[in-house]
Design a protein around this ligand. Sequence first.
Ligand code: ZN
Length: 508
Amino acid sequence: MTRLKPITISLMLALTFCFSNVFAQPSERDNYEGASPKYIFYFIGDGMGLSQANTAEAYLGAINNSNGIKKLKLNTLPKQGFYTTYATDRFITGSAAAGTALSTGVKTSISTVGMDAKRQKPLQTIAEMARDKGYKVGIVTSVSLDHATPASFYAHQPTRSMYYNISLDLSKSGFNYFAGGGIKHPEGDGKVDSKNIMANFGMGEDVDLKDKLPNSIELAKKRGYEFVNSVKEFNKLKKGDDKVICIAPKLVGGKSLPYFIDQNGKTDISLAEFTEKGIELLNNKNGFFMMVEGGKIDWACHANDAATVIQEVIQFDNAVSVALDFYKKHPDETLILVAGDHETGGMALGFSGSHYHSDFAILQHQNLSYESFSNLISDYKKNNIRNYKVEDGLALVKKHFGLGDAEKGLELSEFEMQQLKTAFDKSMNYNKKMKKDDQFYLLYGSYDPFTTTACHILSQKAGIGWTSFSHTAAPIPIRSIGVGADLFTGFFDNTDVPKSLMKLIENK
Ligand SMILES: [Zn+2]
């Protein structure tokens, strides 16, 4: 062993003392002696990092002809913080591990929902704690109710893919209001050995799996839940209605709400409307806790579809706006948090090919989501597989993305035209082998090649870059206003968010 000089040792001791002093300093959280918020809104933008929100602001600025940005409501909240998101077994997290960190204050492993990293122990969530303290609890999301983020607030399952077990936990929670997307597998997941896992985690009383899996929606009704899935029934819900599961009348892929860009104001229910209804049903003398997730910001980012991301962020912001209106009536009793679970797509305001140029307003020429456009392409393929024409594909991108429309200033360069033609050919001749090809993946991810190319070209013309079809580890901003908001400022870890929330309601 090398001998340390006395001076080195004393320096080390001094440093140890200095650092331990820093860490030993009682945090603001531990000293909190203020009131508990009576009304708590916990907004989570799935996949929403700094750039997703800021791109929406740049877009709103551009279409309103103002220089710079037009602020989202969520960025008018006066307090800001940032946090790290890593999971126990991967630096770049996923929605289950991040959701669990944000709901329980404990870091866990990838895909684990509401349990410790070894998938042995269920962890108490902030929503359960709120319920036990007498708050009414609401869970609202634009994706399915049993998806990783919402599930992290009421379910305790070793993996997020056990949708059936998660949906059993849903009605077991006794929470008062579930709203948004559907239930993915109400009659069982098929592959998962649910019985064994349920026996391990003390949930064996729910089902006898030998013969059948009881429908989890029917089971929820037996447990006293009202099940609603039409606009008419939704409108009829009123103050006093309790234990409601409220599912959007029209569900698209993954039993989610249609993308905001594809929604019809008359026949669809938006995230903001679900949030507003939540306030009406949950408001009572003991207060409420409501988690609202913008779940498809993430999905649109995975697909690198900037215009759809922006509309999803706007839909999410409209829901935040509903909470802010409520806050204005109850400023001394309300806390609003607007957070995210992780960034998706490595979205950047700036792209190598467009240098310093940006033109966010052109994104308004896209009139449907990548999902709807992919459906158009797959319909076209079904009908024209033997005689498809690249001109037809180009006409579709002109109609739905504005690409190639000189009047919109969206002429295509030779290079862009070539990218579209190549991608259209790939879309028409797609086979599973292509997906395994590295170059194919770098260009199109696991999406329809023609759709992804159209999304990329429009993004690039706008001055938006994408580095990934997956998540990134960029730190996530959190904004807050109201009772206890000070605890959410600074640079910390995602687990600190529920720890601070728990501290706030501990003595309620
Ligand atoms: Zn994701």
